[in-house]
Design a protein around this ligand. Structure first.
Ligand code: ADP
Ligand code: MG
Length: 301
């Protein structure tokens, strides 16, 4: 492509809300064969909300209050959703100590106060996925498993809450798909690209969301530190990979990918790690960037 064509290309990118870091990036973009998209905050808005609270004892308020007490110290969108729900429902929570966040698993702390229907003061409680409960030695009974299945089948993330050897409840947290997400996926298909979703979420939840948006290749239950290895493995299979992500957890994968596409409304670390930034967070920018690159480099000097 001529320098003029490249200038026009990067300028056109800016019009589309796509910030291109260098000329090499624009050139690289047309070679992509596979687009991997993070789920939370990339395909979805990342603004999560509690949909349902199920308690084995019937004490939903205690389950929500205990979870909110721990999540008050969390920086995860799930934590914000649980804190908001407790507040808007006027549910009592308590202060905690010994808070610990386990990336990709959940959170734990000891309650400093007593919540009606909850455990004794000083009890350690856990809030997170099945594996966190298993590690902490908490059992999940059959009715709770069934409630989780039901929530996950609709694309909700089932967050377990447990103490004293048992999971006591589950909170269904959901996120909404971004406007235009399904359309952007369709456009990527029309460009003959393979489309993959990657997420730390459970398979069933991930599959349900993928179905809603028209993605049939899903990499679920991928721990934050393993996203990079998943990208490398696709590359090892001969694919040239674009990774689209918004989170701190996505930054290494954005660097590993042949093309890192950061969501402009995401974290600074992701934006710094990306080659391209979608300024408005609009996924239509992904097919637009690829189309633009193909068009720019078809213009031979
Ligand atoms: P994603 O890739 O979807 O952003 P993460 O890797 O951050 O997901 O988390 C994976 C899973 O770990 C979540 O779906 C959730 O089940 C659990 N989890 C992580 N952080 C928390 C938290 N603060 N509270 C409850 N569950 C959590
Ligand atoms: Mg994300």
């Amino acid at each position: 492509a001529t320098p003029t064509a490249i200038m026009v290309g990067t300028g056109r990118g800016a019009d589309l809300g796509i910030l291109i870091k260098s000329v090499e990036v624009l050139e690289q973009t047309r070679r992509i064969t596979t687009v991997v998209l993070d789920k939370t905050g990339t395909l979805t808005t990342g603004r999560m909300a509690v949909q349902e609270v199920v308690a084995t004892s019937g004490e939903e308020e205690a389950v929500l209050g205990v979870a909110a007490a721990v999540e008050a110290s969390s920086e995860h969108p799930i934590g914000a959703a649980i804190s908001d729900a407790a507040q808007s429902r006027g549910v009592a929570t308590a202060a905690v100590r010994d808070f610990d966040a386990r990336a990709g698993y959940g959170v734990t702390a000891r309650l400093d106060g007593r919540i009606a229907g909850g455990p004794a003061e000083g009890t350690q409680v856990w809030v997170g996925r099945r594996k966190l409960m298993a590690e902490a030695g908490l059992g999940v009974d059959e009715p709770l498993e069934e409630a989780m299945d039901r929530l996950e089948a609709t694309g909700q993330t089932a967050v377990l809450v447990g103490w004293d050897g048992e999971a006591r409840g589950v909170i269904g947290v959901a996120d909404t798909l971004k406007d235009g997400a399904a359309e952007a996926i369709r456009a990527l298909r029309e460009l003959d690209l393979d489309v993959v979703m990657i997420t730390g979420d459970q398979s069933r939840t991930a599959e349900a969301v993928a179905g809603q948006v028209g993605i049939d290749r899903v990499l679920a239950e991928v721990l934050p530190q393993d996203k990079v290895a998943e990208i490398a493995s696709l590359q090892g299979a001969g694919e040239r990979v674009a990774m689209v992500g918004d989170g701190v957890n996505d930054a290494p994968a954005l660097v590993q990918a042949d093309l890192g596409i950061a969501i402009g409304t995401g974290t600074d670390v992701a934006i710094e790690s990306g080659d391209l930034t979608l300024l408005r967070g609009d996924l239509a920018g992904v097919p637009a960037a690829i189309r633009l690159s193909r068009r720019t480099y078809r213009t031979i000097a």
